[in-house]
Design a protein around this ligand. Structure first.
Ligand code: NAP
Length: 499
């Protein structure tokens, strides 16, 4: 049965079955919803546990939150935004953009908000997915997992952390009611989130201790406000914004060669980062502790102009001794020093290769995605389809992450593939579509071979790109353009299609 979900989207009692259920209303889920609607498909629904669209951009409201991909590139190709105020956008502007796109393309009413998917099970006899949600049961012919990679906060397992009596929060769950003025604050982690939080709060707090386990490589952030004539040109000069976007896209794309094939090509970047460190940290002893010991690019390269200078402030300390335990009012390091603290910020990243959502999705033979990934690793054909999980497609799946370009490009590429897959499925009147195991394994072997030469495998670091089997199942090992070409159309030959 197909029902008109446009009017029923917010009344779950009326919903029993949809053609396509999309889990997650972030940038990927939203792009899919827009394309479905463009095709005139009405029988889909986006299930979103939050109260608005936006995904990770809705959730990450920490001080200083901003994107490190230039604004004109970090937007959908079909919805350029001539109104960007800066070359690198900040979180509120990105969130406004996403909400505006949802309204402009009239898909907000295709979302069921505050609806958490608690579990999803493949019903083989009925050839459909059954989704148990916080708003009741929903079934669908096709399920699209658009739950993202950077959505489940990773909380460190530190002895005594639960006994901490002060305020503690993860960077992606910032509590704006907590006043940091004059407080002793500890930031644990020195990744992309931390390097934005640290300078943003340093002059508010009383004392700031930054706990670094691994030093990041940091390059200049070419951020500035656009002038009024530039913004006029973006809006009114035909092709100007597209050209600006293309220039930025190909400049970023060029980095892929160094990251994926010839890490030696990363050397100039490393020299630039070293010079920046020398310029911004005058104290040689401190500088030594802030200098990374792996090839640039192995972990995500960070962009900041104010993070390193922050350590020259008298109220900011870099702590590089490991954390031994947390007590009621202090962090104790491995050298037995007790650092008293009122607030702890966990800038400790996300469950990417071990997302808890994997345990909630149960495919053929009662095996969850988590079970399957435990056995064979995160094998996923074109980042989209997994053997044993018929009629399911992922967006931002394994090996679709980028170290050098905009994820929105990858999302749009995957959505193209998804659209063609569903169109083929519907046109042929098929009951099930499932990737062939041989095709998936062949694809995984190719990725493994290509990644073996990359800086992520050879650069001498540990990173969240690598799963517990030691395989990089997060990053796409080539030009994003290549992924775009590969996903332009659905390759039915790699799939079992049953009627
Ligand atoms: P992250 O890059 O995973 O960084 C986590 C940090 O916490 C690392 O420094 C890590 O140290 C440290 N850490 C983790 N567990 C720890 C423990 N038990 N004890 C001490 N330190 C610990 O996380 P993130 O900064 O939230 O960024 C995640 C991703 O989100 C980024 O790579 C990026 O893709 C995206 N992001 C982008 C932006 C942007 O566009 N500007 C901003 C924020 C996030 P080790 O390095 O030693 O593991």
């Amino acid at each position: 049965m197909e029902i008109d979900l446009v009017s029923d989207a917010q009344s779950p009692q009326a919903i029993r079955h949809v053609g396509v259920a999309v889990i997650g209303g972030g940038l990927a889920g939203l792009a899919a919803a827009i394309r479905f609607r463009e095709r005139g498909w009405q029988d889909f629904l986006v299930l979103e546990r939050g109260d608005r669209v936006g995904g990770t951009w809705r959730d990450n409201t920490y001080p200083g939150a901003a994107c490190d991909v230039p604004s004109h590139l970090y937007s959908y190709s079909f919805a350029l935004n001539p109104g960007w105020t800066r070359s690198f956008s900040r979180q509120p502007e990105i969130q406004r953009y996403i909400e505006d796109v949802a309204d402009r393309y009239r898909v907000r009413d295709k979302h069921l908000f505050d609806c958490e998917v608690l579990g999803a099970t493949w019903l083989a006899d009925e050839a459909r997915w059954e989704l148990k949600t916080s708003k009741g049961l929903i079934t669908s012919d096709v399920m699209v997992g658009a739950f993202g990679a950077l959505c489940e906060p990773s909380l460190p397992d530190i002895k005594g952390i639960n006994s901490f009596a002060g305020h503690i929060c993860h960077s992606a769950r910032w509590d704006h009611d907590v006043d940091l003025a004059g407080k002793r604050v500890a930031v644990i982690g020195t990744g992309a989130s931390a390097v934005q939080i640290v300078p943003a709060i340093a002059d508010i707090v009383g004392r700031l201790d930054v706990y670094q386990r691994t030093a990041p490589w940091i390059l200049p952030r070419l951020d500035r406000r656009y002038t009024a004539p530039e913004r006029f040109a973006f809006r009114h000069v035909p092709g100007y914004q597209r050209l600006a976007r293309a220039v930025v896209y190909w400049a970023h794309e060029a980095q892929a060669v160094g990251l994926t094939r010839l890490p030696l090509l990363m050397k100039p970047m490393e020299l630039l980062a070293r010079a920046k460190l020398r310029r911004e940290v005058p104290d040689p002893a401190l500088r030594r502790r802030l200098r990374p010991d792996y090839t640039i690019g192995c972990k995500r390269i960070l962009l900041s102009n104010d993070y390193l200078p922050t350590f020259s402030r008298s109220n900011v300390r870099l702590v590089t001794d490991g954390i031994a335990e947390v007590r009621e009012n202090a962090i104790v390091t491995s050298d037995n020093e007790v650092h008293e603290v009122d607030v702890i910020v966990l800038a400790t990243g996300f469950h990417v290769t071990d997302s808890p959502t994997y345990r909630k999705i149960v495919g053929e033979n009662g095996r969850s995605l988590g079970d399957v990934f435990d056995d064979v690793g995160r094998q996923c054909y074109r980042g989209t389809a997994i053997a044993g999980f018929p009629n399911m497609f992922l967006l931002v799946g394994p090996n679709t992450g980028l170290g050098h370009n905009s994820m929105i490009y990858m999302i749009e590429a995957q959505v193209n593939y998804l659209m063609d897959a569903i169109a083929t499925f519907r046109r042929g009147g098929y009951r099930t579509v499932e990737v062939r195991r041989e095709a998936q394994e062949r694809y995984a072997r190719t990725l493994r071979r290509r990644l073996s030469r990359s800086v992520w495998n050879t650069g001498g670091c540990t990173s969240w790109y690598v799963d517990k089997h030691g395989a990089n199942t997060t990053i796409w090992p080539g030009l994003s353009y290549e992924f775009g070409r590969m996903t332009r159309s659905f390759d039915a030959d790699a799939f079992h299609l049953s009627t």
